[in-house]
Design a protein around this ligand. Structure first.
Ligand SMILES: [Fe+2]
Ligand SMILES: [Fe+2]
Length: 246
Protein backbone atom coordinates (compact mmCIF):
# COMPACT_ATOMS: atom_id res chain seq x y z
CA UNK A 1 0.00 0.00 0.00
CA UNK A 2 1.25 3.51 -0.74
CA UNK A 3 2.86 5.32 2.19
CA UNK A 4 2.65 9.08 2.57
CA UNK A 5 5.10 11.14 4.63
CA UNK A 6 3.55 14.49 5.51
CA UNK A 7 4.78 17.57 7.34
CA UNK A 8 3.84 21.25 7.39
CA UNK A 9 5.35 24.46 8.73
CA UNK A 10 9.01 23.67 8.11
CA UNK A 11 9.56 27.47 7.85
CA UNK A 12 12.86 27.09 6.04
CA UNK A 13 15.52 29.83 6.31
CA UNK A 14 19.26 30.17 5.78
CA UNK A 15 20.30 29.61 9.39
CA UNK A 16 18.85 26.14 9.65
CA UNK A 17 21.05 24.64 6.96
CA UNK A 18 21.19 20.85 7.16
CA UNK A 19 18.30 20.48 9.63
CA UNK A 20 15.63 19.58 7.10
CA UNK A 21 17.97 17.37 5.13
CA UNK A 22 18.50 15.47 8.39
CA UNK A 23 14.73 15.29 8.98
CA UNK A 24 14.22 13.74 5.55
CA UNK A 25 17.30 11.50 5.75
CA UNK A 26 15.26 8.27 5.76
CA UNK A 27 12.10 9.41 3.95
CA UNK A 28 12.97 7.71 0.63
CA UNK A 29 13.05 4.34 2.38
CA UNK A 30 9.90 4.86 4.44
CA UNK A 31 7.43 6.54 2.08
CA UNK A 32 6.36 6.69 -1.56
CA UNK A 33 5.62 10.42 -1.55
CA UNK A 34 6.44 13.45 0.61
CA UNK A 35 3.65 15.96 1.30
CA UNK A 36 4.58 19.50 2.40
CA UNK A 37 1.48 21.29 3.68
CA UNK A 38 2.50 24.93 3.51
CA UNK A 39 4.66 27.48 5.36
CA UNK A 40 7.58 26.04 3.46
CA UNK A 41 9.61 29.21 4.05
CA UNK A 42 10.06 31.36 7.12
CA UNK A 43 8.99 34.64 5.54
CA UNK A 44 8.31 34.04 1.87
CA UNK A 45 11.69 35.15 0.51
CA UNK A 46 13.21 33.65 -2.62
CA UNK A 47 16.48 32.98 -0.78
CA UNK A 48 14.54 30.82 1.69
CA UNK A 49 12.88 28.89 -1.13
CA UNK A 50 16.31 28.29 -2.65
CA UNK A 51 17.51 27.04 0.72
CA UNK A 52 14.51 24.70 0.93
CA UNK A 53 15.41 23.20 -2.44
CA UNK A 54 18.93 22.53 -1.19
CA UNK A 55 17.52 20.79 1.88
CA UNK A 56 15.20 18.69 -0.27
CA UNK A 57 17.95 17.54 -2.64
CA UNK A 58 18.37 14.13 -0.96
CA UNK A 59 14.62 13.43 -1.36
CA UNK A 60 14.17 11.23 -4.42
CA UNK A 61 10.48 10.30 -3.96
CA UNK A 62 7.86 12.65 -5.49
CA UNK A 63 7.06 15.78 -3.46
CA UNK A 64 3.58 17.33 -3.43
CA UNK A 65 3.20 20.73 -1.75
CA UNK A 66 0.91 23.67 -1.12
CA UNK A 67 2.04 27.12 -0.04
CA UNK A 68 1.14 28.63 3.35
CA UNK A 69 0.55 32.16 4.60
CA UNK A 70 4.25 32.61 5.46
CA UNK A 71 5.12 31.92 1.83
CA UNK A 72 2.98 34.97 0.93
CA UNK A 73 4.68 37.41 3.29
CA UNK A 74 6.96 39.12 0.73
CA UNK A 75 4.49 39.04 -2.17
CA UNK A 76 6.82 36.64 -3.98
CA UNK A 77 4.57 33.61 -3.84
CA UNK A 78 4.31 33.43 -7.62
CA UNK A 79 8.08 33.22 -7.95
CA UNK A 80 8.28 30.68 -5.11
CA UNK A 81 5.58 28.62 -6.80
CA UNK A 82 7.48 28.75 -10.13
CA UNK A 83 10.82 27.97 -8.52
CA UNK A 84 9.53 24.88 -6.70
CA UNK A 85 7.62 23.74 -9.75
CA UNK A 86 10.70 24.10 -11.97
CA UNK A 87 12.60 21.87 -9.56
CA UNK A 88 10.05 19.07 -10.05
CA UNK A 89 7.92 19.60 -6.92
CA UNK A 90 4.18 19.25 -7.58
CA UNK A 91 3.04 22.56 -6.07
CA UNK A 92 -0.74 22.66 -5.98
CA UNK A 93 -2.70 25.91 -5.96
CA UNK A 94 -6.20 24.75 -6.81
CA UNK A 95 -4.85 21.92 -8.93
CA UNK A 96 -4.69 18.15 -8.82
CA UNK A 97 -1.92 15.73 -9.67
CA UNK A 98 -2.08 11.96 -10.12
CA UNK A 99 0.90 9.84 -9.14
CA UNK A 100 1.74 6.15 -9.41
CA UNK A 101 2.65 5.13 -5.86
CA UNK A 102 3.38 1.63 -4.65
CA UNK A 103 1.56 0.16 -7.65
CA UNK A 104 -1.53 2.34 -7.20
CA UNK A 105 -2.70 5.54 -8.81
CA UNK A 106 -3.34 8.21 -6.19
CA UNK A 107 -4.72 11.70 -6.82
CA UNK A 108 -3.67 14.73 -4.77
CA UNK A 109 -5.74 17.91 -4.67
CA UNK A 110 -4.25 20.94 -2.97
CA UNK A 111 -4.72 24.57 -2.16
CA UNK A 112 -3.62 26.89 0.63
CA UNK A 113 -7.05 27.39 2.18
CA UNK A 114 -7.87 30.39 4.33
CA UNK A 115 -9.19 31.61 7.67
CA UNK A 116 -12.78 32.47 8.56
CA UNK A 117 -13.89 30.21 11.39
CA UNK A 118 -16.03 27.17 11.85
CA UNK A 119 -19.63 26.01 11.62
CA UNK A 120 -22.24 28.39 12.92
CA UNK A 121 -19.55 30.87 13.92
CA UNK A 122 -18.09 31.15 10.42
CA UNK A 123 -17.58 34.80 9.52
CA UNK A 124 -20.14 36.05 7.00
CA UNK A 125 -19.55 38.67 4.33
CA UNK A 126 -21.71 41.43 5.76
CA UNK A 127 -20.99 45.09 6.44
CA UNK A 128 -17.60 46.60 5.76
CA UNK A 129 -15.91 45.92 2.42
CA UNK A 130 -12.80 44.63 4.19
CA UNK A 131 -14.91 41.91 5.87
CA UNK A 132 -16.50 41.01 2.54
CA UNK A 133 -13.05 40.73 0.95
CA UNK A 134 -11.81 38.55 3.81
CA UNK A 135 -14.79 36.18 3.51
CA UNK A 136 -14.43 36.11 -0.28
CA UNK A 137 -10.79 35.00 0.09
CA UNK A 138 -12.07 31.94 1.96
CA UNK A 139 -14.77 31.22 -0.63
CA UNK A 140 -12.19 31.40 -3.44
CA UNK A 141 -10.02 28.83 -1.67
CA UNK A 142 -13.00 26.48 -1.22
CA UNK A 143 -13.72 26.79 -4.94
CA UNK A 144 -10.08 26.08 -5.74
CA UNK A 145 -10.21 22.91 -3.66
CA UNK A 146 -13.40 21.85 -5.50
CA UNK A 147 -11.73 22.50 -8.83
CA UNK A 148 -8.64 20.53 -7.82
CA UNK A 149 -10.71 17.57 -6.67
CA UNK A 150 -12.85 17.60 -9.80
CA UNK A 151 -9.68 17.30 -11.93
CA UNK A 152 -8.79 13.95 -10.39
CA UNK A 153 -9.79 10.81 -12.25
CA UNK A 154 -8.43 8.49 -9.56
CA UNK A 155 -10.52 6.54 -7.08
CA UNK A 156 -8.03 7.29 -4.33
CA UNK A 157 -7.84 10.97 -3.45
CA UNK A 158 -5.81 12.91 -0.91
CA UNK A 159 -6.44 16.57 -0.01
CA UNK A 160 -3.65 18.91 1.07
CA UNK A 161 -4.30 22.27 2.72
CA UNK A 162 -2.35 24.69 4.84
CA UNK A 163 -5.32 25.99 6.86
CA UNK A 164 -7.51 23.60 8.86
CA UNK A 165 -10.84 22.38 7.42
CA UNK A 166 -12.17 21.27 10.85
CA UNK A 167 -11.81 22.63 14.38
CA UNK A 168 -10.95 19.32 16.02
CA UNK A 169 -7.30 19.47 14.94
CA UNK A 170 -6.97 22.92 16.54
CA UNK A 171 -7.68 21.63 20.03
CA UNK A 172 -4.90 22.96 22.24
CA UNK A 173 -4.75 26.38 20.59
CA UNK A 174 -6.35 29.44 22.22
CA UNK A 175 -10.03 29.61 21.30
CA UNK A 176 -9.51 33.23 20.24
CA UNK A 177 -7.20 32.01 17.46
CA UNK A 178 -9.56 29.48 15.92
CA UNK A 179 -11.15 31.82 13.34
CA UNK A 180 -7.66 32.58 11.98
CA UNK A 181 -6.53 28.98 11.75
CA UNK A 182 -9.04 27.57 9.30
CA UNK A 183 -12.41 27.53 7.63
CA UNK A 184 -15.03 24.78 7.92
CA UNK A 185 -16.32 25.41 4.38
CA UNK A 186 -13.14 23.64 3.20
CA UNK A 187 -14.49 20.39 4.62
CA UNK A 188 -17.52 20.39 2.29
CA UNK A 189 -15.71 19.51 -0.96
CA UNK A 190 -13.61 17.03 1.03
CA UNK A 191 -16.78 15.23 2.12
CA UNK A 192 -18.58 15.64 -1.20
CA UNK A 193 -15.73 14.17 -3.24
CA UNK A 194 -15.05 11.29 -0.84
CA UNK A 195 -11.42 12.11 -0.12
CA UNK A 196 -9.51 9.38 1.70
CA UNK A 197 -7.34 11.52 3.97
CA UNK A 198 -6.57 15.21 4.54
CA UNK A 199 -3.31 16.80 5.67
CA UNK A 200 -2.99 20.38 6.89
CA UNK A 201 -0.73 22.55 9.00
CA UNK A 202 -0.76 26.19 10.22
CA UNK A 203 -1.92 25.24 13.72
CA UNK A 204 1.43 24.73 15.44
CA UNK A 205 -0.07 23.91 18.84
CA UNK A 206 -3.24 22.07 17.90
CA UNK A 207 -3.97 18.36 17.83
CA UNK A 208 -2.73 15.78 15.40
CA UNK A 209 -5.95 14.06 14.43
CA UNK A 210 -9.62 14.68 13.73
CA UNK A 211 -12.47 13.80 11.35
CA UNK A 212 -14.76 15.66 8.99
CA UNK A 213 -18.53 15.26 9.40
CA UNK A 214 -18.43 12.37 6.92
CA UNK A 215 -15.72 10.65 8.95
CA UNK A 216 -12.77 11.46 6.72
CA UNK A 217 -9.52 11.46 8.71
CA UNK A 218 -7.77 14.82 9.01
CA UNK A 219 -4.17 15.09 10.20
CA UNK A 220 -2.55 18.27 11.45
CA UNK A 221 1.05 17.61 10.43
CA UNK A 222 2.59 20.86 11.69
CA UNK A 223 6.24 20.08 12.39
CA UNK A 224 5.89 21.23 16.00
CA UNK A 225 3.42 18.35 16.49
CA UNK A 226 4.98 15.57 14.40
CA UNK A 227 8.67 16.54 14.94
CA UNK A 228 9.96 14.87 11.74
CA UNK A 229 7.00 13.89 9.54
CA UNK A 230 3.78 11.95 9.89
CA UNK A 231 3.74 8.60 8.15
CA UNK A 232 0.38 7.49 6.80
CA UNK A 233 -0.36 4.28 4.97
CA UNK A 234 -3.31 4.32 2.57
CA UNK A 235 -5.46 1.37 3.58
CA UNK A 236 -6.46 -1.43 1.27
CA UNK A 237 -10.03 -0.24 1.05
CA UNK A 238 -11.59 3.20 1.06
CA UNK A 239 -13.04 4.03 4.51
CA UNK A 240 -16.83 3.77 4.90
CA UNK A 241 -18.22 6.95 3.51
CA UNK A 242 -21.49 8.74 4.09
CA UNK A 243 -22.37 12.16 2.72
CA UNK A 244 -22.34 14.86 5.38
CA UNK A 245 -25.58 16.38 6.62
CA UNK A 246 -25.82 20.07 5.96
FE1 LIG B 1 3.39 27.89 10.23
FE1 LIG C 1 0.72 29.16 8.59
Amino acid sequence: MPSIAAVADVHCHEHMRGQLAETFRDVNDRADVLVLAGDLTSSGQLSEARELLLELRPVSIPIVAVLGNHDYEHQQYDQIYDMLKASGIHVLDGEGVELELGGERVGFAGTKGFAGGFGRYLLTGYGEQVIKDFVLSGIIEVEKLERALSQLQTERRVAILHYAPIRETLSGESLELYPFLGNSELSKPIDNFGVEVVFHGHSHYGSRFGHTKAGIPVFNVSQTLVSTYHLFELSERMPAYEAADE
